[in-house]
Design a protein around this ligand. Structure first.
Ligand SMILES: Nc1nc2c(ncn2[C@@H]2O[C@H](COP(=O)(O)OP(=O)(O)OP(=O)(O)O)[C@@H](O)[C@H]2O)c(=O)[nH]1
Ligand SMILES: Nc1nc2c(ncn2[C@@H]2O[C@H](COP(=O)(O)OP(=O)(O)OP(=O)(O)O)[C@@H](O)[C@H]2O)c(=O)[nH]1
Ligand SMILES: [Mg+2]
Ligand SMILES: [Mg+2]
Lengths: 253, 280
């Protein structure tokens, strides 16, 4: 977690610890860990919050984030999850930059029998997303998942592109996909994405390794938006809802 | 005297904050701060800019002490480079950039698509090979990565290739079976031609925090010695300070840095400018 976030956190813990008397059954150390654990859970949003659906279909989900964070894979995972719940998702290949990005999403779509929308030869993600949503409405696809290109939060043109996509299709949820191993930079990234385009939640990926996942705390405390899912593997079934208490235990190691 | 101490302490606090913010990590930061404290006492340095200069010098030392110069290409042919690392760090893109560089330097380059697992990984490298104007060895998706590597090395010898670069699938360092797969690739190569691969580079994402230490440690162990690090995505806001901890503990030098997504966005590592960038 970001060390400024940590300092603030430590201050809260100190306050709680001083405010509480000593419980007879626990050692001060155990009690301290308990307080820290509780504080972490509170900080991370006490209970799991999941995807909300739009009042009228299609529900549009837009996945955004830095390069390589796991957006394309997460798009496939969400599509699989929603299909399993009886929805008819449409995956949209809005990354026109990365070599073979469209093929990558198409292969994932094939794996889970979910259609993937593309416009052959188009270099305009705004058009791709707009036409995709229109197509979904006509075809009765009730969830549209927009897989966007990885980009830097400090790249004005690319952040602008996201704003334009958002204005064009008005996604119900904008989800920030963050690599679970991200260090101090998590705060800058989450804050900037939230300030510039607004996010409704995030997905923390690659937590099947030994990364503590402190980025979860940073993201949550700076955006005040919930972490909705975690990625726990490369396969499309490796997506779990985010549980604050489990994350707290993990961060505390 | 008291006043001097106070200034010194505030300055050290400021420096500590900066180091922690750039992912240098607690242990290495403490070591640097203590080293700095000792030197400022012995040199009686008061001036903040002099202290900062001592600090930068110390950090450059950490980054360069154990690093030998990169291997020269005319020792053997083909010169084989194996590229490894966890998922999404920029291996495939970096290989595209490296291939182009060697080709422009007049070398005959071959790249091998040994990521036979991830969706469209081979297609992705194929695009980069075309951009870099180099040949590509590929099998079908799902093929044995060791077989691709073997095939590529044979082709490199047959075609008088100067540099062979092998792309591998991203994998988490904690996945034993995947690390075994990587060991197998290395073993197969070494059996074919002793000493191959001549370089084993780990690609680290500058946005990665302390986990990079675990990554470097385990890849280093599994592959019996990483020869270098490529630190990518330094064009973002992350500073990649974690390489200080890695240099300090494992003595693996940073060879190159990735500063963008286009073919020219690869630079040789310069310890001094890297350290200066940590403070901006
Ligand atoms: N182990 C593990 N790997 C993951 C997870 N999520 C994604 N990956 C891998 O991370 C790498 C990057 O995933 P992508 O889905 O291509 O990431 P991306 O954000 O779409 O990348 P760009 O489009 O280039 O920005 C791939 O090798 C994925 O298989 C996860 O939860 N666990
Ligand atoms: N901004 C920036 N992006 C980079 C850099 N290097 C790679 N990328 C991007 O990071 C993403 C992942 O790059 P890849 O080359 O697919 O990474 P990889 O390590 O091969 O990924 P896997 O094979 O899935 O493990 C792509 O969107 C690249 O364009 C860099 O130096 N700067
Ligand atoms: Mg993608
Ligand atoms: Mg790759």
């Amino acid at each position: 977690m970001n060390f400024r976030v940590a300092r603030e956190f430590i201050e809260n813990v100190k306050q709680k610890a001083l405010g509480q008397g000593v419980l007879k059954s626990l050692t001060p150390g155990q009690q301290m860990v308990g307080i820290v654990h509780q504080e972490l859970i509170v900080l991370m949003g006490e209970q799991a919050v999941e995807l909300s659906l739009a009042p009228a279909p299609p529900t549009i989900l837009m996945l955004v984030g830095l390069q390589g964070s796991g957006k394309t894979t997460a798009s496939g995972k969400l599509a699989r999850l929603l299909r399993g719940r009886g929805h008819h998702p449409l995956l949209v290949a809005a990354d026109v930059y990365r070599p073979a990005a469209i093929q990558q999403l198409q292969i994932l779509g094939q794996t889970i029998s979910v259609p993937v929308f593309t416009i052959d030869g188009s270099r305009d993600p705004v058009t791709i997303c707009t036409v995709a949503v229109e197509r979904a409405r006509n075809a009765g696809q009730d969830v549209v998942i927009l897989d966007t290109a990885g980009r830097l939060h400090i790249d004005d043109e690319m952040m602008d592109e996201l704003t334009r996509i958002k204005e064009a299709v008005e996604p119900h949820e904008t989800l920030l996909v963050v690599d679970g191993m991200t260090g101090q930079d998590a705060v800058n990234v989450a804050d900037t994405f939230n300030q510039r385009i607004g996010i409704d939640g995030s997905i923390l990926t690659k937590l099947d390794g030994d990364a503590r996942g402190g980025a979860a705390l940073s993201i949550r405390s700076v955006t005040h938006k919930p972490i909705k899912f975690i990625g726990v593997g490369e396969k499309l079934d490796a997506l779990e809802p985010f549980h604050p208490e489990r994350m707290a235990s993990r961060i505390l190691g | 005297i008291r006043r001097y101490d106070k200034i010194d302490d505030d300055l050290l606090d400021e420096i500590e904050a900066i180091l922690l913010q750039t992912d240098v990590g607690v242990d290495t930061t403490t070591k640097i701060i203590e080293g700095l404290r000792a030197r400022t006492v012995e040199e009686r340095t008061k001036d903040p800019s002099a202290i900062y200069e001592l600090l930068r010098h110390e950090m450059v030392q950490i980054l360069t002490t154990h690093s030998s110069p990169p291997p020269s290409l005319d020792q053997h042919r083909p010169h084989v480079i194996m590229v490894v690392g966890v998922n999404g760090t920029g291996k495939t893109t970096t290989i595209g950039k490296m291939a182009d560089r060697y080709r422009r330097d007049g070398k005959k380059v071959l790249v091998a698509a040994a990521d036979t697992f991830r969706a469209a990984a081979i297609d992705q490298l194929a695009v980069w090979a075309t951009r870099a104007e180099v040949d590509l060895i590929r099998h079908q998706p799902g093929a044995d990565p060791a077989a691709v590597a073997f095939d590529a090395l044979q082709a490199a010898v047959a075609r008088n290739i100067d540099v062979l670069i092998i792309d591998t699938a991203g994998r988490l360092h904690t996945k034993t079976n995947l690390m075994e797969e990587l060991k197998k690739i290395k073993r197969i190569l070494g059996k074919q031609i002793p000493g191959v691969p001549h370089e084993t580079l780990i690609v680290l994402d500058a946005t990665t925090g302390q986990n990079a230490i675990s990554q470097a440690t385990l890849f280093n162990q599994a592959l019996d010695g990483l020869t270098g690090i490529v630190l990518t995505k330094l064009d973002g806001t992350a500073k990649g300070g974690i390489v200080l901890a890695i240099s300090d503990r494992l003595s693996i030098p940073v060879r190159m840095i990735g500063v963008g997504e286009t073919i020219d966005d690869l630079q040789d590592f310069d310890a001094r400018s890297f350290v200066e960038a940590l403070f901006t």
